[in-house]
Each structure stands twice: as structure tokens, then as C-alpha cells.
Design a protein around this ligand. Sequence first.
Ligand code: KPL
Length: 319
Amino acid sequence: MTKPENWHVLGAGAMGCLWAARLLEQGHSCRLLVRQRAQTPKSHQTCTLSLESAGKISRFTLAVSSSSCVQETPINKLLLSCKAGEVISALDSVQHSISPQTRIVLLQNGIKMQRQLRQQDRHNQFFCLATSHGAWLRAPFHVVHAGVGKAWLGQLPRIADTATDIQQRTTRLLQSLPASTMQLGFAADIEQQLWLKFAINCAINALTVIHDCQNGELLSAAHQPTLSALCAETETILAGCGHSIGARPLLDATREVLQATAANYSSSLQDARRGRALELAHFNGYLCELADGFGLTCEHNRSLLRTVETRLQQIRNGA
Ligand code: KPL
């Protein structure tokens, strides 16, 4: 066991609860920060966090507080697991407890926010986590680790950063994360991992909302033409914009994730079912923005977004 560290995890969604449970399992201390909602504790309190994994349930006692409360100790290590569209307001909410020494791990889907934060003066504090794990909440603070995938940690480089600096900073931080249970390793090229994950999210998430299905169902023959067309278009756009997702065909990588997370409900379907905002603007929407910037067509992804909108309207109307 490595030296126990103090972590704060901001966001009590499936991923936030999964990483909090894995940190506690490894002997680290962890406080969960939740945004101000009706059920948010006014001050500090504890709750039971349940982790369901490989047919076994583990329970942990977890400290919970509102992100806007001044923390008892300054935040040393922060895992930001809110939605991509909430990153800026979430960082603002903890501004009073973070310092230039705070290490901030961004666990967002997509890559738009990570690229935006790279432009900040304090960009060295930010680390990006890309993951293909699948998790969903059976109930608040009860997470199911439904698909064991992999995870990669790294930093988006700026001109002045050397590869060695980034590797040293990231390796130090990796020592205080649950590397073995989360199959987590250093990614020298995290940017490529993030683009790949983004491309996979463009292929999977909206389709699961349209068909109201678990990820694995997209492997059926009926969905192959759509999946292939989406993957081909996404690959063409990213290549046209100069973003690498590696040599492997996107369709193969997508199928592998669908198999590994077959029993999982995608984060977008979970959001749709809860009536929450979807992150599709950070997936297919951002892809369309990039395509527009380079004068490329994005018709399959654009039409997918229109179909999701129709489906969401039906859900709102109770259909
Ligand atoms: O990232 C995911 C998500 O649901 O957002 C996948 C990989 C599709 C797993 O469900």
C-alpha cells in the first residue's frame, strides 16, 4: 500500500462514486463534494457508499460536504467528475479551497473542456483522465462497476512542456490513485486517448438514447450500418482536422468498448432517463463544430443529433 493521500472527489454521479470507492478501498481518505441541491448537506456529514463489482458489494463510510463549504483542510488532490458542461462552475465553487499546489484530475467525457483549460496560466495543475470503464448508479451512493475497462492519465502539453516534465508530474500523481483496480496507467499521448474516447462516445452514446438500450445491444446486426457510417464519418473528420486517434479502425475500437461495457447503460442514456442535460454537445455537437471549422461534412452525426432531439421530446411527452 502506498502512502495514504487526501482526495476530494467533486461529483456524486456514477464515475465520481466509482473512483471515490476505489480510492477508499485502497486506503486513501476521500471526501465527496456535491453541488448545492435540495438534499445537499449544509455542513460536513458522512454516508455509506456501496460499490457493486464482480457480484460482490463493498461498503465504505464516506465524508460528504457541499462544494461551496470552505473545506476543513485545503484541497490537495481533486478529482473533478462533474459533467463536461459544468466544469467551469464546479471549479468556481471550490476556488476558495484550491491553491497553486492542488492537483486537479479532469474526468470529463469529451475533450473540449480539457483543451480549453490547457489555455489557462495554471494548466500544469490539470491532469486528464480517459477511461473506458462502465458504471451506473443503482441508487444515490450505490454504484455498479458494470464494465471493467482501462484508464489513462496524462497532461495535454503546451509548447514549453517537455515530455519528461509531464511524465514526472503524472507518475507522482499516479502513485496516489487506484492504479491496479482501475487498470490505470500513464499515457504519454493522452490527447490521442481523449480523441479516441471522444470518437467512441460519438458512436455509442446518442444511439443508446435513441434505442433506449444497454451498450451491448448496439452489437446486434441491425445497428451495424449506422455504427459503421458514424465511425467512418468521425474518423474522416478527425483526420481532416489533424487529430489522431491511432491506427486502429474506430469501428473495431468501438466494438471492443461495447463488448467490455455490454451490461452498462451509457452516461447519456442515464442522463436522459433522469431528465438531466445530455453531454452530446460535447460529443457529436463538438464534432460538427470542428467539421464546420474545416469545411467538412458531418451529416451522419448531425442527423443523429436531430433524431435524439426528437426522442427526448417524446420522453418529455411521456411516450
Ligand atoms: O463513456 C461511456 C459513457 O457511457 O459515457 C461509455 C464508454 C460508452 C461506457 O458506457
